[in-house]
Design a binder for this molecule. Structure first.
Ligand SMILES: [Zn+2]
Length: 417
């Protein structure tokens, strides 16, 4: 049975809403800020999820130019702001929304995915002095030494693979280093945690089992974010290597199907994987009860049904109506302290080695006092306030995610891809 919370989460995915358009003032603490920024000169930091490639496709938008925080269509990530925020490496999420499971629709989603990869490659050519393409942790370390940012690629939604297994290798050769097997709806690979059409959770499909094995073979991380609980369990049963949750939080702190339960986090740690805490407000803090809001969203949900069954016109109408409702009933704002509460929770549950950061900037992520990439050192300030050491901060900011990536590559033995 899908809950109202599922519906809210889904509407946010659909809209890619950034709830906070401008940072709220935060108390100055110049010495702590200086200490945090100093630590970032020595550690290698990575954010494992953003949806910035959508902006890269806009010919009027330029990632090499600094966009003022909160500016209209400015985006939450650009290269100057990455430097300001002390972020070294970023997984650019090549995202395709879930559509029908037909050969034509698979082909269309594939061309959309390839266009985004082309745009990422074009960025690394146009701004070769600022950013380089990366597929291994060593690439990120080398680029940092050269004073450049590292651009990794993740495929958010395995939909573009269609039913053609050979395409997993095609994407690997184009530099994809994780595949989020599904998005907000069930697909040909697995069931999603937020599909409203099918209350039954069928987990990984037969084809999905083969895709997971192929990811293992090729040195691609399997991303369990967005999956249903059964899909998650199925992947952990069959994956021979650690997996990543590129942008999810803890269900014990915020009851949302996009988050992992404590048992799932324990299973992920036993697998050697990593949970990358997301900056999505509705995954971080539960909204206070509001029956009027619940009823309004439920009515809209009934009106529009499944996203993947809509025509383009219906989607446009749904977006407009969902936006209006989000304006009318805004979510309670999460803050950096909420992000770090989720990090703390994972650490208390399973230890320091299984948690990191995946913001979902430009895809709906952003908290009140860290609303774009230029403010990411504020997470480090909060970690310092809570007594974390530099070596612990280094693991949280990138050591853990890169350990998983390296292990996946090593076991595959396919570093040349
Ligand atoms: Zn996502």
């Amino acid at each position: 049975m899908k809950t109202i919370k599922t519906i809210f989460a889904l509407s946010l995915f659909i809209l890619g809403l950034s709830v906070f358009l401008a940072a709220a003032p935060v108390p100055d603490d110049p010495s702590l800020e200086a200490k945090a920024k100093d630590i970032h000169t020595r550690i290698l930091s990575v954010d494992t999820h953003c949806d910035t490639p959508g902006n890269l496709l806009d010919p009027k938008w330029d990632i090499g130019v600094r966009h003022e925080p909160g500016s209209e269509n400015g985006g939450q990530i650009d290269l100057p702001k990455m430097k300001e925020g002390c972020l070294d490496a970023l997984f650019f999420g090549v995202f395709t929304g879930q559509g029908p499971l037909t050969p034509d629709a698979y082909a269309e989603s594939r061309s959309k995915a390839m266009a985004q990869i082309d745009a990422i490659n074009a960025m690394t050519v146009k701004y070769a002095d600022l950013v380089g393409k990366a597929t291994t942790p060593a690439d990120a370390a080398r680029l940092k030494k050269e004073g450049k940012r590292a651009a990794f690629i993740g495929l958010e939604n395995g939909y573009p693979i269609g039913e053609d297994m050979s395409l997993v290798e095609v994407f690997a050769r184009r530099g994809v280093r994780y595949i989020t097997l599904c998005h907000t709806s069930d697909n040909q690979i697995c069931d999603s945690g937020t599909d409203r059409r099918n209350p039954e959770d069928k987990g990984l499909s037969e084809f999905g089992r083969k895709v997971a094995a192929e990811c293992n073979r090729l040195g691609i991380m399997i991303d369990v974010s967005h999956m249903s609980d059964r899909s998650f369990a199925d992947v952990l049963k069959i994956s021979k290597v650690p997996v990543i949750a590129s942008h999810s939080c803890c269900r014990a702190l915020c009851d949302n199907p996009r988050n992992l339960t404590d048992d799932m986090i324990k299973a992920l740690a036993a697998n050697g994987g990593v949970l990358q805490v997301c900056f999505f407000s509705s995954y971080l803090v539960s909204p206070p009860p509001n029956p009027e809001r619940d009823a309004a969203f439920a009515a809209l949900d009934v009106k529009y049904g499944s996203w993947s069954d809509m025509t383009a016109d219906q989607r446009a109408a749904a977006i407009a109506e969902y936006r209006e409702l989000h304006r009318k009933f805004p979510e309670p704002p999460a803050r950096v302290k909420d992000v770090v509460d989720h990090i703390d929770h994972v650490i208390k549950l399973v230890g320091i080695d299984y948690v990191g950061i995946g913001t979902d900037f430009d895809g709906g992520g952003g908290v009140e006092d860290c609303s774009d990439v230029s403010q990411m050192f504020r997470v480090t300030m909060e970690l310092l306030r809570r007594g974390y050491s530099e070596s612990q901060i280094s693991k949280i900011w990138g050591g853990n995610a890169f350990r998983v990536l390296q292990k996946v590559i090593d076991i595959a033995g396919a570093p040349s891809l």
